[in-house]
Design a protein around this ligand. Structure first.
Ligand SMILES: Cc1cc2nc3c(=O)[nH]c(=O)nc-3n(C[C@H](O)[C@H](O)[C@H](O)COP(=O)(O)OP(=O)(O)OC[C@H]3O[C@@H](n4cnc5c(N)ncnc54)[C@H](O)[C@@H]3O)c2cc1C
Length: 419
């Protein structure tokens, strides 16, 4: 059999799964089935449509470094919108605080030059994946920044990490942060106070659905409940059918995959180490106002879970009497949705929003990561060496890093190397 005739299953219809299918197609594979448990593709990229406009609940921005994303958008005929989002920083009482370019100090700029040099000395940390993490970056964020006397940089970076829902910087190894906020991304964000970002015309949903039209066999509302890897093939079960495949690519959260995968000891041990953070995004309709998009870094700390840590206006130029804002908070599983929404509404009122109407809420398990001691125990080398065992391959955030671009880059690398 030609390798292109192999029957391939992809589990998960987020960016990683969709792009794995895209690159398989480019290599001539036609017998590809993608299983997605929801009735839509996109995963953490989810667009909400209201009054002929699109609003993002999950991923929303890209930067100039996103070459693979732009290249696929170009092939699919999707324009890149350039939107200006002005982010200001606030304290927990709703007062505006430290502004990057108001408070810009020589000390910060000196630190920035050092920061830039890290990427010259260690170019690998800018890349997708975590193939050869220099051991100096295994330490937790605050410890590493403290040791290197990057006080101002630490402050700035931890503010921007809020945009990615990254909290608990006491525990998370610094390389996860260095990878997302590499100096080019930071340079783009800092260029001027008003940040130009790439957004997707008509919503990210246009991008993910156009990608999904390219999938040879797309199975929506098809949660995979069992994967059995036998000597004669891989059997994949959903509530509707069991089908046989030659190879499988798993792109879901690997810890969750233990619920359906006949994991061997190494898979079981490694996947169980993966931790995530609980995050919520909300959409509200508010009376049109001049309040800018904002970040409250303190609300990322565990004792402030449930409180608003970022909000942003998705259609800042609207002339309507109302605006839609997207709001982020760390999520609290023990609370009812009403209790969560009430906390957020009182925070929004304190910031100055009025006529606040709740639209929708989503829970996300974000930033899959492992801690420093697991890195020292060779987590990533062991994880990557699983590729291909039992006809099974893996893509997704724990392997690639946590942006759309990294997901696409990793899936491209996987398909080019192994298929
Ligand atoms: C609030 C938020 C804001 C973000 N902002 C940005 C941003 O601005 N820019 C950026 O680049 N990135 C951003 N990200 C990160 C980005 O969205 C993710 O890195 C990326 O979408 C991950 O794609 P993925 O395919 O690896 O995973 P996911 O999107 O998580 O896809 C996994 C898919 O697997 C499916 N699945 C799970 N279990 C099963 C099963 N048993 N059977 C079948 N299917 C299953 C899920 O339904 C899901 O569709 C953000 C994320 C969030 C949550």
């Amino acid at each position: 059999m030609r390798k292109q005739d192999k029957k391939i299953a992809i589990i998960g219809g987020g960016i990683s799964g969709l792009s794995a299918s895209w690159f398989l197609k480019k290599k001539g594979y036609t017998n590809v089935t993608l299983f997605e448990k929801n009735n839509r593709v996109g995963g953490q990229a989810e667009t909400f449509y209201y009054d002929e406009s699109s609003y993002e609940l999950g991923a929303f921005l890209g930067l100039s470094t996103q070459r693979e994303t732009l290249s696929i958008m170009n092939e699919l005929g999707i324009d890149d919108n350039k939107t200006m989002i002005e982010w200001l920083f606030y304290d927990t009482k709703g007062n505006q605080i430290f502004q990057l370019f108001d408070g810009q100090t020589q000390a910060f700029l000196n630190e920035y030059q050092h920061y830039k040099k890290i990427y010259i000395d260690y170019p690998e940390i800018e890349e997708f994946g975590f193939f050869n993490i220099p051991l100096t970056f295994e330490k937790p964020f605050y410890q590493w920044f403290g040791l290197n006397n990057y006080d101002n940089m630490g402050k700035v970076l931890s503010q921007y990490m809020a945009l990615f829902g990254v909290s608990n910087l006491q525990k998370i190894p610094v390389f996860y942060i260095l990878q997302v906020l590499n100096y080019k991304t930071l340079r783009d964000l800092l260029k001027i106070e008003i940040t130009p970002v790439l957004t997707w015309g008509g919503g990210l949903n246009v991008f993910t659905s156009k990608l999904s039209f390219q999938v040879p066999h797309l199975k929506l509302s098809s949660p995979v409940t069992e994967v059995k890897r036998n000597f004669d093939g891989i059997y994949i079960k959903t509530p509707y059918e069991t089908d046989r495949f030659d190879e499988v690519i798993i792109t879901t959260n690997l810890k969750d995959s233990l619920e359906f995968l006949d994991a061997d000891d190494e898979e079981f041990n490694l996947f169980n180490l993966i931790q995530t953070k609980s995050m919520a995004s909300y959409l509200f309709r508010v009376k049109a106002t001049t309040i800018k998009s904002g970040i409250i870094r303190e609300n990322l700390f565990p004792n402030r879970n449930g409180h608003v840590f970022a909000w942003w206006k998705q259609n800042p130029k609207t002339t309507n009497s109302f605006q839609i804002i997207c709001v982020y908070a760390m999520d609290i599983s023990s609370m009812s949705q009403k209790e969560k929404v009430d906390i957020v509404i009182s925070d929004l009122a304190m910031i100055g929003f009025t006529e606040i109407d709740f639209f929708t809420y989503r829970h996300w398990d974000v930033l899959p990561h492992v801690v420093t001691e697991d890195i020292l125990d060779n987590f990533y080398n062991r994880l990557y060496s699983l590729q291909g065992n039992h006809g099974t391959y893996y893509s997704g955030e724990i392997l690639s890093g946590i942006t759309i671009e990294k997901g696409i880059q990793f899936s491209k690398w996987l398909i080019e190397k192994y298929f």
